[in-house]
Design a protein around this ligand. Sequence first.
Ligand code: UGC
Length: 316
Amino acid sequence: MPTSMPCPSIRIPIELLTQSSFSQFGTVIENPAHSTLPPSQRLPIPDAVSANQGSATKYLDVTHMSNLYNLAPSKKPAKAVMNMFVCAPRDLRPHEPSESMPSSWGDFDFDDEDADDSSNRQLFDIQILERHPFTTQTFIPLGLSQSDNHTQYLVIVAPTLPASASRLRTDRPPPYPTPAIKKSKSLRDIFARARPSPFTNEAAPPPSQFTKLHPSQRPKGPGLPDLKNLRAFVATGNQAVTYGAGTWHAPMAVIGDRPIDFVVVQFANAVGIEDCQEISLKADRNADEGVVVMVDSDASGKVLVKAGIGAVRAKL
Ligand SMILES: NC(=O)NC(O)C(=O)O
């Protein structure tokens, strides 16, 4: 995989971070009692039990944690680690109209002139994406309230392109989880894979071994990030987020007045290229900018949602 990737000019509107919109990338951790979504758009509440002599509600399995380091080439075992990231607010640049294409996500009617006069649009240039192929990574903000409009964070993620579409000027690809392929031992095993099966009347294809997994836990593959389908979500202060293993994401982007402290929970084995793989995004020669998130905010500084659920549209 190259360490940098050329990109067309793309502008991305901001969506609200919800479990359903984020599902393929990871999980959103929040107290379901504080959800701001209309009931019809909420996912089922996680299983809960009473705890602490009845004084607490304990929601079970609120996020998925994966440790795939047994598939890492080094075979070096990982341990669970908790780090703290103190993330400073990012520099935004002033809005300028552009010929950039819209991302293909959301129902955004891309027209820069649509920006509401009362809202302020600034631009965040995404320069780098990274992934942790062998581990989930959970960011838990400390000390932010749901109503804090002055300090928010963006969760920026991209699906993974098929490996066949990812061969640029290929250097040696970085390590990626590849389960060992079991060799068939007998002719019966070999024929059993044929459909329709010679041993049964069943003609349907075998169920995928992945369908039972949460979408965020399904293997992403070793490919490059799919920049045209990159998405940017704004989180409220009482949400934590888990990136599924191998999910391409931008380093955490804080918007606002002050840094946010995040406790970050993941597995790591201290082999650099197995813990974190980065790719920098370089605007194509013909592109006037690279991949850009449009950060619209209201007079109080609150980031506005412009695509998907809860979008505030400039013209209705
Ligand atoms: N996401 C983020 O801000 N950073 C990382 O994932 C990291 O491990 O550096």
